[in-house]
Design a protein around this ligand. Sequence first.
Ligand code: 4NP
Length: 182
Amino acid sequence: MEKIYREKPGEASLNAVKRARMQADAEDRPVRILFVCLGNICRSPAAEGIMRHITEELPPSRRPELDSAGFYGGHAGDLPDRRMRHAAFARGLRLEHHSRVIRPSDFDYFDLILGMDDQNIDNLHEAAPTLDAEKKIARMSDFAIHYPEADSVPDPYWEGAAGFEIVLNLLEDACDELKKYI
Ligand code: 4NP
């Protein structure tokens, strides 16, 4: 069966980024972005690290405030998974985030909240305390414009080394695109 590719970034995700930008502009501060996955030891800390790296050269007033979190607390306090740290290091990235569980206050503080897969997105919508908070939620893979077939950033935890490279390829692409809007 022929696969139907979605247009990327897609209107809903673009609107979420534009709203985030407007909120930050209204308060005269950099935009605040939270990356979210399940364990906060593979995908979301990698997304945070990539985004931090590619926005380093921006003036402080434009440099986004970044963080990441997960829904599962079993790795709380831990550095990212060793396999992800090694794969990222090979691309010149040092991942130093310590895993934490997402908090209700995150929905208030952050302007844009990016989930990695269907489960993350569903959990974010369930956890969002208000309709305004729900409007901050977007799908990271929507920004991976060079991977039109990707509708998630897949969980690499139970996969081999190739899974981590796929995740990093998707995240690098998505972060490059996201940067254009923030
Ligand atoms: P992440 O990957 O959501 O990308 O951090 C996972 C890490 C740990 C587990 C699952 C996914 N776990 O079940 O422990």
